[in-house]
Design a protein. Structure first.
Length: 222
């Protein structure tokens, strides 16, 4: 079991209240959190990644406690060694494709040099078939190519799990099917566990070795 998460978080904004209370245990390598918009899927993913601090609960990754409210443990995101791909990909517009991917390996605040050539970066550019785009900028490539760049940046760090936030939602139907197949191939080659959130039944069909249904901040079925 690579993930055990018991997450509780109360949020309030403009007079609206939302209570997240999610308990998940990953018994399979590929886990999909499935539910409508506003169900709490992204909040759950951010809490696991270390981008949102729960009010209470516990999160264990590969046997390591990364969050425990009672014990005052909260590892920062970088120390959790997770590859996270945002829904909008969050690429740096002023960096080239190669620099964006290399940023995942960068320590400190300096951007990778444009002349940087790293074997791991080259490996993932080649595996995801974007090696010819290395010197271009995100605005110069397609939506599907931007998604591959974001995946390469997440995978270059050799994470212990890959976390994807609605990764295919902004793509057209044919491209979704193509990139789903590519991602499945990458996961098969690397053996990296996957936590994917989606409201698309096709994502469940492709990656749902285990499916947890969320609604209104709570688990409704596993």
């Amino acid at each position: 079991m690579w993930l055990e998460a018991d997450i509780q978080r109360h949020l309030q904004s403009a007079g609206q209240h939302f209570h997240l209370q999610v308990k998940v245990q990953a018994s399979e390598r590929q886990l999909v959190l499935f539910g409508p918009s506003g169900a709490g899927k992204s909040l759950t993913l951010k809490a696991i990644a270390g981008l949102l601090r729960p009010d209470a609960g516990r999160i264990v990754l590969d046997g390591q406690v990364v969050f425990d409210a009672a014990a005052s443990i909260c590892l920062p995101a970088r120390e959790r060694r997770l590859g996270y791909v945002f829904q909008d990909y969050a690429l740096f517009p002023h960096l080239t494709v190669r620099q964006n991917v290399a940023f995942g390996l960068q320590r400190g605040w300096l951007n990778p040099r444009r002349s940087t050539r790293d074997a791991d970066v080259a490996h993932w550019l080649r595996l995801l078939r974007i090696e010819r785009l290395g010197d271009l900028y995100p605005a110069q490539v397609s939506g599907g190519q931007r998604q591959r760049i974001a995946l390469a940046r997440a995978l270059v760090t050799r994470p212990r799990a890959l976390l994807l936030d609605e990764p295919f939602a902004a793509l057209d139907h044919d491209l979704r099917d193509h990139l789903r197949s590519e991602l499945k191939s990458v996961l098969a080659q690397t053996g990296i566990p996957l936590l994917l959130i989606s409201h698309d039944p096709q994502d469940v069909a492709m990656f749902g070795q285990q499916v947890v249904h969320l609604a209104d901040g709570s688990v409704t079925a596993d």
